[in-house]
Every structure is written in C-alpha cells, then in structure tokens.
Design a protein around this ligand. Structure first.
Ligand code: NZQ
Ligand code: ZN
Length: 391
C-alpha cells in the first residue's frame, strides 16, 4: 500500500426532507448573504427551488439568485458569477443541482477571491489561494462533486474542457436527499451509474500494487451501484436504490476508493476531450463508450487485475487455463450492463464520427508533451487507437 492522505471535510447531511433545512444549516455557520446557483430549470419544475428558497427566507438568509449552469458548465458564466459575488459581498455559494451546477459554483467561489480568470487555475498556470465556502444540495447522483476536490469547466472559446483539483473545492456541506433524484430521467440516471462506477474503477485499475481493503471497498461500491442502478432504472421512485446510488456517488469520488493507490484517470482524461469537443455528449455517456474500448486495449498488460475484477464484481469463475478469457469476460459483462441500462457503448451511438480522433488525442497529450500513465502509457497514437476501437 502506498502512503496516502485522506481528507474529507464535507459535512454530509443525508436523507428525506433534509434539503428543507438548508436555511438553518447555513445560519448555523453564521452566513447571511449567499449566492443560489443552479442549472437550467429542473429545480423549478420539480418544486425544489420553492422549497429551498422558502427555507432560506425562513432562516433570514439573503440570497442572490443566479441560475443557468449548463451541462459541461461554461467559463463565461463562472466569470459573471464571480463578479456578482464580489459586487454583492456574497459569503457562501450554494449549488443546487448535479455536477455541472456544483462545479460552476466551485469555480465561482474561487473566482470571487481572485483578480483574473479562473481559467488560469484550469490550465494549472496558477494555484488558487482562497475561495468562498460552497454548500451543495445534490439533485443527481453521478459526478461525486458533492464531496470531491475537483471542478471541471469548459472554455467555450477554446473548445477545451479542463478539470483540476484543489482542497478549496471540497464543499463545506452537502445535503443529499435521494427523493430529489426521483425526477432524474432514465438517460441521466444511466449516466450517473456509469460515472460512479468509473470513479471507482479508474482508481481500481491504476498502476499500483494490490491493496486488499481498498480493493474490497471499491468492488463493493461497484457491485452495489450495478444492483441499485438496475432497480432505479426500473423504478425511478425506489428510495433505497436512489439512496444507494447517491451515497455511492459521494464514496466513489471522495478518494476513499483510491486510498493507498496511485490515481490517474485515463478514461476521464480521454472523455473530457470528447465532451469538450462535442458539447452534446454527456460525461457519463462518453465514459460508457470510452471505458470498454480502453479496457479492451490495455487488459493484456495486467490480466490478473482484470481477472480479479471479473470474479469479484461479476462473479465470473476464474479460468486457470485461460485467464485472459476471464479478464475479457469481465470487460464484456460491463459493456453489456451499460447497454442494458440504455447507455451508448459506441461512438456511432453518440453521433460522433472519426473526423476529430487525432485532434482530440493531440489535445489530450498536449501535442505529445504528456503521456497518460498506466500499465500501458498512452500517447497520441494509443488514444487514437482507443477511439478507433470505440467507433
Ligand atoms: O440543468 P438542470 O435543469 O438542473 O437539468 C440537469 C441537466 O440537464 C438534469 N437534472 C439534474 N438534477 C435533476 C435533473 N433533471 C431532473 N431531475 C433532477 N433532480 O440533469 C442534466 C445533467 O446535469 P449535470 O449536472 O450536467 O450532470 P452530472 O451530475 O452528471 O454532472 C456532469 C458534469 O460534472 C463533471 C462532468 O465533466 C460534467 O461536466 N464532473 C465533475 C466531477 C467533479 N467535480 O468531481 C467529476 C466527474 O468525473 C465529472 O467530470
Ligand atoms: Zn466522472
């Protein structure tokens, strides 16, 4: 096991009706002036907006209403929001939504304490030194942003989507009521199931010696996600299934499933090029196409790890004579599951052709200047090969 630091300062407030307490939660920290940040209207449609604003009013919290975060959230809105926070003396940014609203809020919070564009941080040219606190009311189990140190923003002018980590990004609190996800449609539920699985599996498949306890936690998170996913797709109002997905979302990406392991998320890096180039590609849908292709491309370089995955996650018996067959069976089982829950597993299903494979691979490797590490290091050629396998 490698040395590690594990830091999850986010207070998790989980369960039925919890979002209706948001006003008193904010008040308990001593904040009076906040920005209320959300997406494109789902919270107005399902009544969450009304419940949240009522709670804020009851607690005497003054809020600046600032919605409009789009899926694959954009830099322009972040810059506007950061300026508003400065102009109005905002003390905390409250995100109500999925990963896009949360990431947008995280960057607004950083931008409110910086004289310049937060793109400086996304490109890693600079490191943020301060941020407003961020609170979250989660409405979609997927990104894990409610507990993660990451924020992923798209610079629409450059057509680039970039994420970076900072401990300043960890939310102060996250309110997670599984009932708020009942209205998430089948496609977004599927995107979430894939994203949660991938946050866990990208850590599991990293280039590190085995870590039995961390491995067992990861295998369990994925198994439960698969099972709960099936139930939530069938019955969107299955509270326990939605609750398992919501808790798994946080556990998959708060670093627990990677303790003692080196983490470098190759599929995520490749997928960010895809949804950065093609704005209509949802992150989870991009991952459900990229992961099977990546796994088929690299599995022969670490057959025992894929055998363990096939056996522990999918209950596939281990073949002593032909372990490669077992390894591949685990990958195919994952691909079949993604298809079963309605997710695309080929680029053609996303309406993405092969015209920009090289361009996306070059962006991902910064024109050959960086290699994605792993059992098989990936440079431009290998990433193009993976896109070809995903066609
Ligand atoms: O915008 P609204 O109207 O709210 O609608 C959203 C959006 O259209 C809708 N939705 C959300 N909650 C709903 C709902 N619809 C009905 N009922 C509800 N309760 O779902 C759509 C997708 O929302 P979005 O926030 O974009 O999805 P997700 O949570 O999957 O977030 C995706 C973003 O997170 C980034 C991704 O790259 C992508 O930009 N990620 C962030 C990470 C992080 N910060 O740690 C890690 C991830 O790997 C990921 O990269
Ligand atoms: Zn993700």
């Amino acid at each position: 096991m490698l040395n590690f630091e594990f830091f999850t300062p986010t207070k998790m407030i989980f369960g039925k009706d919890t979002h209706k307490r948001v006003g008193e939660v904010i008040k308990s920290y001593g904040f009076h002036k906040i920005m209320l940040h959300y997406g494109g209207g789902s919270i107005q449609k399902n009544g969450v907006y009304e419940q949240v604003t009522a709670s804020l009013k009851d607690a005497g919290i003054d809020y600046l209403d600032f919605g409009g975060a789009e899926p694959n959230p954009k830099l322009e809105l972040v810059e506007k929001g950061a300026q508003l926070c400065k102009d109005h003396g905002v003390e905390l940014v409250l995100a109500v939504g999925g990963g896009s609203a949360i990431d947008s809020a995280k960057e607004i919070a950083v931008g409110a304490c910086y004289d310049g564009s937060t793109w400086d941080f996304s490109t890693k040219a600079k490191t943020p030194q301060a941020a407003l606190p961020v609170g979250v009311i989660l409405t979609l189990a997927a990104s894990g942003s409610e507990m993660s140190a990451s924020a992923v923003i798209t610079n629409e002018k450059l057509g680039l989507k970039r994420g970076y980590n900072s401990e300043l990004h960890r939310p102060l609190f996250s309110i997670c009521n599984p009932e708020l996800t009942f209205t998430v449609n089948k496609f977004q539920t599927g995107c979430g199931i894939v994203d949660i699985s991938m946050h866990t599996l990208e850590r599991y498949f990293s280039k590190s010696p085995d870590t039995p306890l961390t491995d067992a936690i990861a295998e369990s998170v994925v198994r439960q996600t698969i099972a709960a996913g099936r139930r939530a797709i069938k019955n969107p109002e299955d509270y326990d299934a939605r609750a398992d997905l919501m808790w798994a979302s946080s556990l998959s990406h708060n670093d627990l499933t990677g303790c003692g392991r080196e983490t470098f998320m190759a599929c995520h890096q490749i997928e960010h090029e895809l949804s950065g180039k093609y704005d209509f590609v949802a992150h989870g849908a991009g991952l459900s196409v990229i992961f099977p292709a990546w796994a088929k491309y690299v599995y022969k370089h670490n057959v025992p790890r894929f055998v363990q995955f096939a056996n522990k996650v999918w209950d596939i018996p281990v073949s002593q004579e032909n372990p490669e067959e077992t390894a591949l069976a685990g990958i195919l089982a994952t691909e079949r599951y993604f298809a079963e829950i309605g997710m695309p597993v080929r680029l053609s299903q996303l309406n993405v052709g092969d015209e920009a494979f090289y361009e996306m691979a070059e962006k991902c490797t910064e024109s050959g200047g960086r290699t994605l590490p792993g059992w098989l290091p990936l440079n431009t050629k290998e990433i193009v090969d993976i896109f070809e396998l995903a066609k």
